[in-house]
Design a protein around this ligand. Structure first.
Ligand SMILES: Cc1cc2nc3c(=O)[nH]c(=O)nc-3n(C[C@H](O)[C@H](O)[C@H](O)COP(=O)(O)O)c2cc1C
Length: 358
């Protein structure tokens, strides 16, 4: 089985080609990683690589309730306990840096934090807050040049913290309508300065973030997640989409990032992501690709055999099956995930999914 073969990612060896995809689980009370999270991640350390839930590099990035941060000492120390647990096997673990940008509500954020975005394009619908239930999204404040510079510095500091916390690398969340994606897409980026308008300008923020992090920790320890044609958080397709992703992938390839992780949410009811854009990104980048979305063992094996990706990530299958790798190896049936407990605090639906050997 190709899925269980080792893989050289940058300078690191992954024990197998199965990646646990990033999943927000909202168990980080006060935004601090805790011992319950350490149990959850340790249970899943049969993966070749774990990518953590979206983690805030800034107080301004704490858009959702109970998501962890990595911008202060307490958070960094919390993560250190988690990476120590995960490293009890040969599993590697990257932290996903997620800046929520306009997808945020002040009720979820610490005092003084700001809802920032490239432009003040409102988001439809509501966001859940622990304090006041569902609330309409506020309209974000457009970022000044100073805000942009400051935010890039926050990514850099968060990445330095990630190294202190014992992470093997960092994944930039450049997907799903969060801040980096808000810059890439003209439906959310209406700027007329050097960060908006042309392909190069819209990609500038993503590339500057990548450069800052890579210079801090090494480009071989840095990956990025992208979601071309994604519609989550009100995102839309746009005319220049192929050019944008080809240019971005070429530039990320020249910087020497260790992977691009391509999102496809068609298994969750989103429109199909055309194979063409995935293959354009893969060719332009010229380095390892992680394919994600709707994979089971057979589809994943086929993808690897056909050389459509080097690594495959699994989200819901890992959520519900801590011993997913063992189950795949032995051909054991999988537990079903329970969406009711995806984001609820506590152990239920988090650390109590049964192992096959229980
Ligand atoms: C509970 C849950 C939380 C998620 N949180 C994140 C996240 O923090 N960052 C991210 O990039 N994707 C997130 N995703 C998307 C998954 O990484 C993945 O792309 C999606 O679930 C499709 O993969 P699957 O079919 O293997 O589940 C989340 C998905 C789920 C189910």
């Amino acid at each position: 089985m190709k899925l269980t073969e080792r893989f050289q990612l940058g300078f690191q060896v992954l024990e197998n080609r199965m990646v646990m995809a990033p999943m927000t689980r909202s168990r980080a009370l006060n935004n601090i990683p805790n011992d319950l999270m350490a149990v959850y991640y340790r249970q899943r350390n049969g993966a070749g690589l774990i990518i953590t839930e979206g983690t805030a590099p800034s107080p301004n990035a704490l858009g959702y309730p109970r998501i962890p941060g990595i911008f202060n000492k307490e958070q960094t120390n919390g993560w250190k306990r988690i990476t120590d647990e995960v490293h009890k096997s040969r599993c590697k673990i990257f932290v996903q840096l997620m800046h929520t940008g306009r997808v945020a509500h002040p009720d979820n954020m610490p005092e003084g934090a700001r809802v920032l975005a490239p432009s003040s394009v409102p988001l439809s619908g509501t966001m859940y807050t622990d304090e006041n239930g569902e609330q309409p999204y506020p309209t974000a404040t457009p970022m000044t040049m100073n805000d942009i510079e400051h935010t890039i510095r926050e990514y850099r500091v968060a990445s330095a913290n990630a190294m202190i916390a014992g992470f093997d690398g960092v994944e930039i969340h450049g997907a799903n309508g969060y801040l980096v994606d808000q810059f890439l897409n003209p439906c959310t980026n209406k700027r007329d300065d050097s960060y908006g308008g042309s392909t190069e300008n819209r990609c500038r923020f993503a590339l500057e973030v990548a450069k800052a992090i890579g210079e801090e920790i090494g480009f071989d320890k840095l990956g990025i997640r992208l979601s071309p044609y994604g519609v989550f958080n009100d995102m839309e397709s746009f005319e220049d989409i192929e050019n944008t992703y080809v240019y971005l992938a070429e530039e990320l390839g020249s910087l020497g990032l260790c992977y691009i992780h391509i999102v496809d949410h068609s298994s969750m009811g989103a429109p199909e992501v055309p194979w063409r854009i995935k293959s354009l990104i893969r060719n332009a980048f010229g380095r390892p690709v992680i394919a994600s979305g709707g994979f089971d063992k057979e589809k994943a094996e086929r993808f690897l055999e056909e050389e459509k990706a080097e690594l495959i990530s699994f989200a819901r299958p890992f959520l519900a099956n801590p011993d997913l790798v063992y189950r795949f190896k032995e051909g054991i049936a999988l537990n079903e995930p329970d969406p009711e407990t995806f984001y609820t605090p506590g152990k239920k639906g988090y650390t109590d999914y049964p192992f096959a050997d229980d």
